[in-house]
Design a protein around this ligand. Structure first.
Ligand SMILES: [Zn+2]
Length: 75
C-alpha cells in the first residue's frame, strides 16, 4: 500500500503511526503526509498524521522517521 511509510526502520500505516505517537490504541487516522519541518532532535524527516484518539478528540501528531521524537498539537 502506498500509505505505508518507514519510521525508525519499521513499516507503519496511518493508524500504527498514530499509535506510536499516542502510545496507545487510536480509533481512526487520516493519511500520512510529509510535515513541513525537520526533526529538532536529529534533523530527520518528519511525518504528520491526523488521528482520533477518542470519538470526541482530533489530534495532529508528528513523528520523526529516524528517531524517537514525536509531538502533537495538544495544548
Ligand atoms: Zn529525529
Amino acid at each position: 500500500m502506498a500509505e505505508n511509510r518507514v519510521v525508525e526502520g519499521r513499516m507503519v500505516t496511518a493508524v500504527s503511526l498514530a499509535e506510536l505517537i499516542e502510545g496507545e490504541d487510536v480509533m481512526d487516522a487520516e493519511s500520512i503526509v510529509d510535515a513541513d519541518r525537520d526533526c529538532p532532535e536529529c534533523g530527520g524527516d518528519v511525518l504528520e498524521v491526523g488521528y482520533m484518539p477518542s470519538i470526541t478528540e482530533f489530534v495532529t501528531g508528528m513523528k520523526c522517521q529516524d528517531c524517537e521524537w514525536a509531538t502533537t498539537d495538544r495544548e
